[in-house]
Design a protein. Sequence first.
Length: 278
Amino acid sequence: MLATQRRAAIVSIVESTGAARISDLVEQLGVSDMTVRRDIERLDSEGRVERVHGGAIAVQPRATDEPGFSAKSSLMTAEKQAIAAAAARLVQPGATIGISAGTTTYELARAIRHLPQLTVVTNSVPVAQLLHETQSAGHVVVLTGGVRTPSDALVGPVAVNALQGLHVDRLFLGAHGIDESAGLTTPNLVEAETNRALVRASRAVCVLADHSKFGIVGLSTFLPLREVDTLITDSGITARARAVLEDSVEQLVLAAPASGAASGASVRTGPVTSSGAG
């Protein structure tokens, strides 16, 4: 195994388990203790793992880190598409909905773009552009205005003021992170306030989040889990996260990325069942 392959393997092991002891890595990789120590030191200097006494732990994102839209678009694509397919089943022709900024909510916009006569309130520039280009469907798109963030969200006082007095039947809401105690969070304080305004304008809130969002805590909470009506995630979610959601949200949808399984996703109150989606 080449050094680059060995280090990639260490990163994979640490990220999948959260932490790894040097002795375990020595056994799994079949190399010396000193080689593993040097690899961990190199990976720590590159910011790929964090070196600790006796091993390494996964690098935790900072509460203020805010990846751009393009960077996030290439992550968890199959999971996002499955989540979007499940969410699209909740949208009927002629509906009035809200769609927040985010790459998973953008996948929802793609999934529903041909549904006729939708009225969509959004603070997402890519969502507004996508729906505006689908002119044959007769959409009415209300773009809030505001200051543009790295994730292509329009936020701030202009966006909040634009949402006052508006009412949508259901809001499809993304999140940077989801945590049992912190709830739904974002690294951007101004975006948090805009998301709260979107929630206030909505009769029901449906959160779209792939399994990688769980356990991440951004700088600012914008919605407690107990105020979520429906949460759609993918089948990669951990048993612990499932248990938390069962106790916290009203409805939970568990969507499986397409892999030959039957299409469809069930919405359940109480225990979660897994099914394919998209």
